[in-house]
Design a protein around this ligand. Structure first.
Ligand SMILES: Cc1ncc(COP(=O)(O)O)c(C=O)c1O
Length: 390
């Protein structure tokens, strides 16, 4: 039988490729985005209690009532807006499912969805599986700023969705309120919905506030906003997130969610509801927690040929290796794995048409000891390279 793939050009993600190479070469993996430190022990206790307390059968399709009530409270605390937990909040299998469901809800055969490169890898395959076409707009390093006139020009008759990721992974930049105003101007009066991927809502540095689409009175009326407890609770394996959208959009999203995952792991929802009720400091301290790690890493690289590009948000940091080599980022990342025994993530795979750049992404969600070890290896590699060329 000749099986016709629906995604013939989609291979293994760059995260899996680099993690596999790290294993093969015995390299320290600071590429892929997952913490290497334990979760809050209270969270583990709450899961135990939820399981022994009997929360082991199907949770409600929309998400547990307690968790949705706590999410609504948390959103009010963060953005000063009341959302109805019954009709506007849906618990999903991570931010990924929220994103996938929103795309399936909006995009139909022949429709177009605009997204910005470097783009997180789930958007385009989800658009194509829905029968749509991704229109990818490249943000230019090192600033990665939006050109809203270009976006306006990219909007066509079939445009149904614009996806904005803020804070943005992997550029480590944040959108401003002015960006959101420009986006609102473009979508105003048209049939365009917005999908805001805000899984890093609590990781914004240097005293800035996260400009959430939920705090934007015009945009939130036409937006699906995706969040992740995996990021917020340092528990990426828990695969728990949620989607916030107006009732009309939520009703449609739940039609997809219902036949995709139906409902999310019951004891985890119970545990997260208890944790969100009892431990608000856990996310209120997140920016400071990662900012300290960003500053530690950049300070340790001082004097080396690796130039950090100051991260404005997310738990990632970019470094420029341009003074050491003009090799492609994929080649250079592999060289680092082999020679420095350190695995990073190159940026070009996140573009449809990558511009010339010499940038690698590293993950800050690591113990300080891991960050120190990684920086030491990079500094030593840089020293060796510079000595060889001296
Ligand atoms: C930008 C972005 N969006 C969405 C996700 C997915 O979140 P989750 O792990 O909750 O599915 C990630 C995870 O790395 C991400 O970086």
């Amino acid at each position: 039988m000749h099986f016709r793939s629906k995604l013939p050009d989609v291979g293994t993600t760059i995260f899996s490729v680099m993690s596999r190479r790290a294993l093969e070469e015995g390299a320290l993996n600071i590429g892929q985005g997952f913490p290497d430190y334990p979760i809050d022990p209270r969270l583990a206790e709450y899961v135990q209690a939820a399981i022994t307390g009997g929360h082991n059968q199907y949770a409600p399709m929309e998400g547990s009532v307690e968790l949705r009530a706590q999410i609504a409270r948390k959103l009010h605390g963060s953005y000063g807006v009341e959302f109805d937990p019954l009709s506007e909040i849906t618990v999903t299998c991570g931010g990924t499912e929220a994103i996938f469901d929103a795309i399936q809800t909006v995009v139909g055969a022949g429709d177009e969805a605009i997204l910005f490169d470097p783009a997180y890898d789930v958007y385009e395959p989800a658009i194509r599986l829905a029968g749509g076409r991704a229109v990818r707009i490249a943000l230019e390093p090192p600033r990665f700023s939006y050109d809203w006139d270009e976006v306006k020009r990219a909007v066509g008759e079939r445009t149904r969705l614009i996806i904005i990721n803020n804070p943005q992974n992997p550029s480590c930049t944040v959108a401003s309120r002015a960006d959101l105003d420009a986006l609102a101007g473009i979508t105003r009066d048209g049939p365009i919905t917005v999908l805001a991927d805000e899984v890093y809502e609590h990781v914004v540095f240097d005293g800035h506030e996260h400009a959430s689409v939920l705090a934007h009175e015009e945009l939130r009326e036409r937006a699906f906003v995706a969040f992740s407890f995996g990021k917020t609770l340092h528990a990426t394996g828990w695969r728990t997130g949620y989607c916030v959208a107006p009732a009309e959009l939520t009703r449609e999203l739940r039609k997809v969610h219902q036949f995709n995952t139906f409902s999310i792991v019951a004891p985890l929802q119970q545990a997260i509801a208890t944790y969100v009720a009892n431990c608000p400091e856990s996310w209120q301290e997140l920016s400071a927690f990662f900012e300290a790690k960003r500053d530690l890493f950049t300070e340790l690289l001082r004097g080396s040929a690796f130039q950090p590009i100051k991260s404005a948000g997310t738990y990632f940091q970019l470094v420029d290796y341009g003074t050491l080599s003009q090799a492609s980022d994929v080649e250079f990342a592999d060289r680092l794995i082999r020679e420095a025994k350190i695995a990073t993530i190159p940026l070009s795979p996140f573009y449809a048409n990558p511009p010339r750049m010499t940038l690698l992404r590293i993950c800050l969600a690591k113990r300080d000891a891991t960050i120190r070890a990684a920086a030491e290896r990079l500094v030593e590699f840089s020293r060796n390279c510079l000595e060889r060329t001296a």
